[in-house]
Design a protein around this ligand. Structure first.
Ligand code: FCB
Length: 456
């Protein structure tokens, strides 16, 4: 099995994020985030679900850390809620909010689990949105201040820091497509948000590097997907290029090459959108990082031709269309394509050499059927994880510098606009009782990690 070629130094973990699991949204001085607000917009989130209680992790943290430790994992990737530790998004730290993460870090270290902090996993303080949100340049500077304040509290014990989780989602789902908080639908806002997120990443990276007293690892996590052309036609190849540009290269190139991709700049210009770059921004954004976090869930096939065979829509714009393949899918309706994961990682190694990578998220939602005891025999999830881990191992055998893998997610949780219906956990959460029950995938993960480490 290719999985057995992963080295003993490989990092094994699980990931979560603050708004998706914590609950306790009004406790110890936390103020609302854009997600608290968005969840109240009728029709924005399935079933009107919200994160008020979520997995009640805020009150059950030691139990959840014990789950991680009992699975034998070495790393826990979690995020810090900005409105908890700096209510309102500016000004001094809130000691009561910071105290939670302080306890979490100590609990993890006490159980032999390495804490991996994500500073921003989408819960922007509402006050900063009211001041313009990510399309407003000032938010990047607010983020750098916030990052420094968290680092001052946890930097003595936390070695690995991720600035942003999936800036594409924050920018495009949040500001261009309206599917995520704050729900705006304007391409210009989305692109301005993307640039200011990246600027915030670079500013924060510099501040943390300057503040560090001991060696730390800094990085950024991006969600990447493969964009293959449906056929070899020029139109389909161009559609794939454009999708790869807007989804992948718009983030990778400025951070790892110091420049925005020219073809994407041209595509945006055709839509009347300019990236609001100021002098010196790209140097800041390209500040060297130590690790690139890669989140992968699915691949996609693209076409530049519509069902009627036309290459231009009624407005004269090039057709951009995702083509459904006849492939197995998860409950999210995402195509299961582990081969694309290998392709993606090998390509990253080729096109952006020199930066170690960790898979900071990978996993799947399925329609879990718990038995009377709450146990889920999720063979579908075991298969998904097995095939994707094999894909990672194959990419590593092909030379990609891969250092670790974190499953999304430890717990079933609040899956954003899908609410609680979509379950990604390797541990089941019964939301009525908050009881946690490891699924078969959790036990499989524990046994796999043991085997690879040679701990049988
Ligand atoms: C990623 C997010 C994560 C989770 C998974 C399923 O895009 O980072 O919070 O929602 O998707």
């Amino acid at each position: 099995d290719p999985i057995d070629t992963l080295p003993p130094t490989f990092r094994w973990g699980v990931a979560t994020s603050s708004y998706q699991i914590e609950g306790a949204v009004a406790e110890d001085g936390r103020t609302p985030s854009i997600w608290d607000t968005f969840c109240r917009v009728p029709g924005a989130v399935a079933n009107g679900d919200h994160g008020d209680v979520a997995c009640d992790h805020y009150h059950r943290m030691p139990e959840d850390v014990a789950l991680i430790a009992d699975l034998g994992l070495d790393t826990y990737r979690f995020s810090v809620a900005w409105p908890r530790v700096q209510p309102g998004g500016r000004g001094p730290a809130n000691p009561a909010g910071l105290a939670f993460y302080d306890r979490l870090v100590d609990e993890l270290l006490g159980r032999g689990v390495d804490p991996w902090v994500t500073l921003y996993h989408w819960d922007l303080p509402q006050e900063l949105e009211d001041a313009g949100g990510w399309p407003n340049r000032d938010t990047a500077y607010r983020f750098a201040d916030y990052a420094e304040l968290v680092f001052a509290a946890l930097g003595d014990r936390v070695r690995t820091w991720t600035t942003l989780n999936e800036p594409w989602c924050s920018a495009m789902l949040g500001y261009a497509y309206g599917d995520h908080a704050p729900g705006r639908r304007d391409l210009g806002d989305g692109i301005a948000a993307a640039h200011h997120l990246l600027l915030g990443h670079g500013l924060a990276t510099r501040r943390l590097r300057a503040a560090a007293q001991s060696p730390i690892e800094l990085g950024l996590t991006v969600n990447l997907s493969t964009a293959d052309p449906a056929t070899d036609s020029a139109a389909d190849r161009d559609a794939a290029r454009a999708a790869d540009g807007l989804g992948n290269r718009l983030y990778l190139d400025p951070v790892l090459r110091g420049a925005y991709p020219q073809d994407v700049v041209a595509d945006l210009a055709a839509e009347g959108v300019r990236i609001p770059v100021q002098d010196g921004d790209l140097e800041v954004i390209a500040t060297p990082i130590d690790v690139l976090g890669v989140n992968y869930y699915f691949g996609q096939l693209h076409s530049g031709v519509d069902e009627q065979g036309r290459e231009r829509d009624d407005d004269g714009r090039p057709v951009r269309r995702v083509v459904r393949r006849d492939l197995p899918r998860t409950a999210m309706d995402w195509e299961i394509v582990p081969e694309s994961f290998t392709d993606l990682l090998v390509r990253l190694h080729r096109d952006y050499p020199g930066v170690p990578m960790v898979i900071t998220e990978n996993g799947a939602a399925f329609d879990d059927k718990p038995d009377a005891e709450g146990f889920v025999a999720d063979d579908d999830r075991v298969d998904y994880l097995t095939e994707h881990l094999r894909a990672v191992a194959r990419a590593r055998q092909a030379g990609a510098d891969l250092r670790g893998y974190f499953a999304w997610s430890l717990l079933d949780n609040f899956e954003w606009a899908y609410g609680y219906d979509k379950r990604f956990g390797i541990v089941r959460v019964d939301y009525e009782t908050q009881r946690r029950t490891p699924k078969r995938s959790a036990l499989w993960y524990r046994d796999t990690v043991r085997r690879v480490r040679g701990q049988r």
